[in-house]
Design a binder for this molecule. Sequence first.
Ligand code: GTP
Ligand code: MG
Length: 707
Amino acid sequence: MSVCNTTGLSLEQQERWPYLYRHLIEDIEVPDLSSIELTHIETLDNELSDLIKKIGDAKATSRESLTKHLKGLLFRRFGKNAVVEAFGSTVTNLSIGTGDLDLCLSFKGKQPAKVLKKLSGLLHEEGMENIQSIPKARIPIVKFKDPRSGLDVDISLDNRLAIHNSEMLKSYAQEGRLQRLVQMVKYWASRRGINNAFEGTLSSYAWTLLSIQHAQLVQPPLAPNRQKGAKSNQVSIKGVTYDIGFNNERYPTENNQSLASLLISFFERFATRWDWENMVVSIRNGEALTTKAKKWQHTGPLPLEVVTGADDGRMEHVMPIEDPFNHEHDLSRVVRAEGAMSIQNEFMRIIELLSEGTTWKEICEPVMELEEEPNDLFHDLRSTPANEIAQRLEELRANLEVVETQIRELVEERQNSNELLDLLRGGMREARNVRSDRQQILSELRPLSMKVQEMREVRDGINQRIAIPTNRIKQEMMRIFEKLTAEVDIFNAPNLGVERGDFAYFFELQAMYEASLKSNEAHQEFIRLRREQNQEYRALKKTKKREEDVLTRLVESNPALEGIHPNPKSVKEFQKNAKLLQRSINEQYSTKHELRREIGRLEAWQRISKRKQRDSDGNRHRTQRNQRSRRPRAPEVNINEVRQKASSGDSISLNELDALLSKGGIASIGSSDRQKQQQKQRQSKKRSSRKIDIRQGRTRGRKESRK
Ligand code: GTP
Ligand code: MG
């Protein structure tokens, strides 16, 4: 069966991690690197120096001009409040040419919330490719590729700590052998596909820290602990305080090991001796910390358990590496199970290959097909007839015109759409105000109506009981009062019964009078409340009118808003439309940039071809005129001089550029040196042909011993 019974790895996984797999299923002894032959080390050392000369920072100029360009771009977009600083290998002197360009974008004052979104839009307009924005990362970041230089760029927001630790790395890189060790480790990790934090392996930064730790631990030490005993320098970043102090003095090392030995012992240390389960890499401490002291013990499943599906838990502290300034940050946090398996596999592989004396070139053979840069920009045009190129150019220009028109239209449409959206939002705000006013009126109207009703009931209740107007009651009271209080005619005195009746009637009238007054009061209050109520009704009516006015105004300001209600739903629809438009604009921008590049390339080729044609015509005439003085024609351009000029950054003419491109291109710069080196290597190979025998013998021997 294809799944291994012992490890649980599928056939595909066994093939993916062959070195590790063999170590898992067989009881193989890890090769001992301390017995590598001295001659092997020397050869390796020569190979490494050649490689370092070659890789240098081939893209230093591109990096510099791209940084300048991006700085200008961001300045124009965000003003002087936006500060752009480079960090990472661009400033640490630890670049291997293929690394990315790390930029930090910080804002004085408050950081605009939508900055990443704006940035992505801007980069699209600039024709950048593979733009990925990761706003929710620990450090928000935009990643993209600049198609002109081929450089990958990371712009992170407010990554202050990275700027400080880059300064410290630069300080460590003062020691040339450590600088080269880092470069070689990064080169190996990059070619073997294990230095990409986004793909679940260790970042270049993490490999750099491992190299520094190694340099601190070799005997005698190659690098000091720059933080130990350094003057404290506390900075506060996003509310957390870090001590970024370090010593920047030159370190007089007594170590005189070659780069090759340092590299071999690096792999020996981390691939075979380092107890990853109990040790934490810590350059701040100058030596390992224990995972126990650091409270960074491995938790969760082992990588093997995850990749075989035996456990899907979360792994913590797989290869603990402490950030020198942010002590809580373990750089292996990004390592996923598959990444950890690949790293272990590469460790096993390099140990085996080094022990066999394999060349560094073979050791660093790329895992994936690397994108070979075409060494001739015009390679496909050299055999294309001029009229075909002219026709292609015409088509491209026509396409460009179409695309530019489309962009203009789309941009216009986006502007219109944004305008409508703004109007709609304004309308929504106004409508919201009107609605809240209406709500307010209604909330006041409800108790008012109840009071009106109450007063009406009080008044009507009394009136029902009395049924006589107040005036009449008053007159009756006066009459009875006068009757009761008039002088008594002793001859005609009222009898007692009549007088009692009058008194009772008077008291009744008095009670009726009081009730009638109350009824009047209730009536007055009723009237007042009704007036108030009417006012509120009128205000309510006005809000209706205002709402209608909002709609009318909206349509008046832009007839396209006819029938659209200023509510959150329509706003959302407009926003969705704006997003789609933006996406189309970005796509068109990419097409436009591609077309422009291709047009530029064809035009340059046409200019070169015309110049060539003119030169050869001139030569033919000259040759005809001077038939007799047939001297050998001097070469038009001296390719070696051109190479020298190009490598030293001097400007070169179109003719020279063409000569350079047709003779191996940019990659050929320094090739004369390389040729000499290759010759030297061939000679040294001849001299050390015994070495190859030894290596083959060893391999055979090992195989035999395995039997
Ligand atoms: P290349 O780009 O491959 O040349 O390597 P580099 O030296 O620029 O390292 P990398 O691009 O991985 O990281 C750039 C800088 O980011 C480092 O020098 C650190 O200053 C900073 N950094 C801080 N924390 C982290 C982290 O967790 N991961 C990574 N990748 N970088 C960090
Ligand atoms: Mg970098």
